[in-house]
Design a protein around this ligand. Sequence first.
Ligand code: ADP
Length: 246
Amino acid sequence: MNDKPEKFIDENGLRLDGRQIDEIRPMTIKIGVLSRADGSCYLEWGNNKILAAVYGPRELHPRRLQKADSALIRYRYNMAAFSVEDRARPGPSRRSIEISKVSREAFEPVVMTHLYPSAVIDVFAEVLQADAGTRTAAINAASIALADAGIPMKGLVAACAVGKVDGKLVLDLNKPEDNYGEADLPIAITQDGEITLLQMDGDLTQEEFKEAIKLCKEGCYQILEMQKEALKTKFSDDADIDIPDD
Ligand code: ADP
């Protein structure tokens, strides 16, 4: 069934879900939701629901996989069977293997793996409900879970997608925009603005591409602020102290 909307942006410049073209979906963050994990985060972003868990650093088995001078990061992105309208087939797929790989690489520049030779840091990102942008939502949750686990990092990683509908660039695609849009460009950045993940589907001109990166980075910076705020609240509540702003 083709449920492609006739128009994605109305005469007032608003999208189908009422957002401005440069507005991200509402996000809520809960930290430390799993008592057995070293770090965890439950994150809702629009209708996406993600649970991230971090275990480690811990000794890597089998030992032949150990790296003598650093820790190995493993990242598993998984969609629960019930996370989409039609049941998602359980087990790894080409898509989930690809997302796991690029997401792991998004964290490698920031995680200080050299501090933990021979160890492994396991990151699990479970998509409980999917509604476009799950890889970026999972990275945002994983970033917080890594911090919650006390893993030394040079900074957080934040991710967001930008796309194109009705010939216009829009930030943080919703499901119809993702399904029927002209382009989809997810990125992840460090707090210094270094891009650690960049993928692209569809077509953009060079000018649009530059503009898209700029717009998307602005979205990522907003997310970084939310991530930091959530972590500050969690740790100041835990320690019962006031943590001053930067
Ligand atoms: P992302 O979730 O990172 O945007 P995609 O662009 O591959 O990744 O997927 C877009 C959306 O399509 C997902 O968020 C999800 O809502 C839906 N989707 C992905 N895989 C499946 C699947 N196997 N079955 C049904 N829907 C899916």
